[in-house]
Design a protein around this ligand. Structure first.
Ligand code: AMP
Ligand code: MN
Ligand code: MN
Length: 318
């Protein structure tokens, strides 16, 4: 079984690196740190390499041990968490490619199975939910520190238990974590309810620019590098802006595009409410994701990107 092989590889490895996707969200950072803490119980001191992440997650146990890069260039084992393909590992790609053994643990429906061992469950609402099952199988004790990282991924990827991917098991895991002393309400407050001032200022800007298209079923808005500069935005300050459109009555698809530094284009974020599969739309544009939350990169000006994305959405909008 893959899980037994994964445990065997972990036990064998002397140097281990944990990697995740670029512009990491709570599930990416939470999964990485949960893996680091779990491996410590197995007697392994693994490096977590995340070049940039939001300060929202700085409260997480062991976050102060996250490295931006490493002097080790060839690890015995690389473990990728919450990442659907090699390209999205961005700066971590090299560490993954050069490692002797490569393990990939993920929950994206479109996954390129880029590891030697791929443990992918596309119906899990968060990578952290896969990890808790895996750790229990490995006999790892779910301590409050480990549980704090895990619940962070579950809370952020499910929008606070609201998305349809949430199952009875999700609540069972949450109940178990609560019993083990994890302060869920504190994590919820920190990662979902608290907004930075810059995030709030950006929400004003993108709300003002919000357009209602296709009989109000689609919203579109955008943000440029200049906007980020004007409000003093930091890493992660765009989080949640794409939800503004989707939360409006009658809207099925929300499109939010963000100018990407050093490119001639925009990072596109897509969210749907009931029936549109935005992962399919993102794939047509070279990206990927989940049925109701997906993304891609599209070259062009705001207007060009808008038209390219809209033409794909029109094909799937009822
Ligand atoms: P975002 O809108 O950036 O929050 O991304 C929504 C979901 O789509 C996340 O699960 C991402 O991992 C995934 N995603 C975003 N951009 C891409 C991309 N370029 N390729 C593959 N998956 C993506
Ligand atoms: Mn993620
Ligand atoms: Mn995730």
């Amino acid at each position: 079984m893959t899980l037994d092989s994964i445990l065997e590889e972990i036990k064998k490895a002397e140097t281990i690196v944990i990697l995740t996707h670029e512009t990491p969200d709570g599930d990416a950072v939470g999964s990485s740190l949960a893996m680091k803490i779990a491996l410590r119980q197995l007697g392994k001191d693994a490096d977590v390499i995340i070049p940039k992440y939001s300060r929202t997650f700085e409260f997480l146990p062991d976050a102060n041990k996250i490295k931006a890069e490493s002097e080790i260039k060839k690890y015995d084992l690389a473990i990728s968490v919450d990442c659907s393909d090699l390209k999205r590992l961005a700066e971590g790609k090299e560490y993954f490619e050069t490692a002797k053994t490569k393990i990939e643990i993920d929950h994206h429906s479109i996954n390129t199975m880029f590891g030697d061992y791929n443990f992918v469950n596309p119906v899990a609402p968060a990578c952290c939910e896969i990890l808790i099952g895996m750790f229990e199988y490995f006999g790892i004790e779910i301590t409050p520190e480990l549980g704090t990282c895990i619940i962070t991924g579950i809370i952020t990827d499910t929008g606070g238990f609201q998305y349809s991917g949430v199952t009875a098991e999700t609540f069972e895991f949450a109940a178990e974590l609560l019993q083990k002393g994890v302060n869920i309400s504190n994590v919820y407050q920190k990662v979902l309810s608290t907004k930075t001032r810059a995030n709030f200022e950006l929400s004003r800007i993108v709300s003002n620019r919000m357009e209602f298209l296709e009989d109000g079923k689609v919203t579109f808005t955008y943000m440029n590098l200049e906007d980020e500069k004007n409000v003093g935005a930091e890493e992660g300050d765009h989080e949640g802006l794409v939800e503004l459109g989707r939360n409006i009555e009658g809207v099925e698809v929300s499109i939010f595009i963000r100018q990407k530094e050093g490119t001639e284009g925009y990072k596109v974020s897509l969210r749907s409410k009931e029936y549109v599969n935005v992962a399919d739309v993102a794939i047509m544009l070279g990206g990927g994701g989940h049925i109701k939350a997906a993304g891609c990169f599209v070259q062009g000006t705001v207007e060009e990107v808008k038209q390219k994305v809209l033409s794909e959405i029109r094909k799937v909008l009822k």
